[in-house]
Design a protein around this ligand. Structure first.
Ligand code: PLP
Length: 431
């Protein structure tokens, strides 16, 4: 299958080319040119994650060695994906059973395993450089830990990630390093951008991005949407479900639209945001108005300028009416989020604030009798402070978090200055 560019719809490259750089040569985002597959009845009978590996292998057809891709994808996707029934026809599709306990594990692990397959300079180590507001950094560190030929450098805003997230990012050691920036997430992102813009540094260190616009993350996210349909069929539920996707940068929603475009039998996708309403406002006809983000309990979705949206536009030929026809949408304010979190957290099941946004929006977006699925993107223990406030009781830490909860965080403080990062990278690269 081919990839085009959001800036030039005439471009056609294969998956190898799309994986090899963060952006298309014209500066646009790589966008899938989907073809519908007709054997979903057979595909859906395959077990997860073999089916996921089959999807990635087909996406790579002709561009990468099939055996190597299948092995890499099979390993990356080897994470449980339970579909949990919350009431008669409402389900939570849990994507938080990977090492960092958030759905970003799928994309980060796929990226870590696919990059070596497109490496034209094996033997020369890469530096994977990432700015994070929390979840991405934890997933990237877990995914690249111990991967030969790569080291992960993650910048996070000191004091603005949760204590657990900080430990997940900073305490793994090995070939991973965390830098504490005295500033905001936007400062971290600006510093990373400046490092990539330094062509000599970028070349010497083979700087590689792991941010949400990378195709390696997107292909992983396409795969698991098939498992919603797979699990419902296995449970003899014939309805195509309405699927609510909690969204910030809209990589996840875009992957869901791609999955539908290659034929995964799902009903309408529901855009679910918190108070950062850039996309719902646009779909309501108020125009495209990116804006500074506002802080909410679902902080991994606090994005005011969603960077994957051009992919959605490209998929529908830039036609807003077609986009509207393919989606439903809505947002949940903080109160609606906390209320949904409390109402759905029952009988031993807890939901996290991001999943709560999806559930709150799903309630309003579905029609009577429709089967509804909320994509559950993070384990509630990752956002324990919020969940405990909503429920009035403590949340148990799962095993991987219990292990790191008592570690001390190694400190590598950095001022919020691009030059400081560039100097640090130069020094580090000589070691
Ligand atoms: C990143 C993230 C999201 C939003 O995903 P996008 O692809 O950026 O829209 C939702 N929930 C959680 C827990 C996240 O970490």
């Amino acid at each position: 299958m081919w990839w085009t560019s959001s800036a030039d719809p005439a471009l056609r490259v294969d998956l190898r080319a799309a994986l090899s750089s963060n952006l298309a040569p014209d500066g646009g985002l790589f966008c899938l040119v989907p073809e519908r597959w007709n054997d979903w009845d057979d595909l859906l009978r395959m077990p997860w994650p073999d089916r996921g590996a089959e999807i990635v292998t087909r996406l790579a057809h002709g561009a990468l060695d099939a055996t190597a891709v299948r092995r890499a994808a099979r390993e990356a996707l080897d994470i449980a994906t339970p579909l949990r029934r919350l009431d008669r026809n409402t389900y939570a599709f849990e994507l938080f059973h990977g090492p960092s306990l958030a759905f970003k594990d799928f994309g980060a692990r796929m990226l870590a395993r696919l990059l070596p397959l497109v490496d034209d300079r094996p033997g020369q180590p890469r530096t994977v450089l990432t700015a994070t507001s929390g979840d991405t950094g934890a997933a990237v560190v877990a995914a690249f830990l111990g991967v030969p030929g790569a080291r992960a450098v993650v910048l996070y805003p000191k004091g603005r990630v949760s204590a657990l997230q900080e430990r997940q990012i900073a305490c793994m050691g090995g070939n991973t390093v965390a830098l504490q920036v005295a500033g905001s997430f936007d400062d971290c992102q600006a510093m990373v951008k400046a490092a990539f813009a330094d062509a000599r540094l970028a070349g010497d260190l083979r700087l590689t991005s792991a941010n949400s616009i990378h195709v390696g993350r997107l292909v992983a996210q396409m795969t698991y949407f098939s498992e919603i349909a797979g699990k419902l069929r296995a449970a003899a539920v014939d309805d195509e479900p309405v699927v609510a996707v909690p969204s910030g940068n809209f990589g996840h929603l875009c992957a869901g639209l791609y999955a539908k475009a290659i034929g995964v039998p799902l009903g309408p996708l529901v855009v679910a945001t918190n108070r950062n309403r850039t996309v719902p406002d646009h779909l309501d006809g108020l125009g495209w108005r990116p804006r500074p983000s506002v802080a909410t309990p679902s902080n991994a979705m606090d994005v005011g300028a969603p960077n994957n949206w051009p992919r959605v536009e490209t998929l529908f030929g830039g036609d807003l009416d077609r986009i509207r026809g393919a989606l439903r949408w809505g947002s949940a304010d903080d109160e609606a989020t906390m209320s949904a979190l409390a109402r759905y957290s029952q009988g031993g099941i807890a939901v996290d604030p991001h999943t709560a946004v999806a559930l709150a929006v799903l309630e309003r977006a579905r029609r009577p009798g429709e089967c509804g699925v909320a994509v559950a993107t993070a384990h509630p223990a990752k956002f324990a402070e919020v969940v405990e406030t909503a429920l009035g009781q403590p949340v148990a830490l799962p095993e991987p978090l219990r292990d790191i909860a008592t570690r001390t965080v190694p400190l590598r403080p950095l001022p919020a200055d691009p030059e400081a990062l560039i100097a640090w990278l130069r020094m580090g690269s000589k070691v």
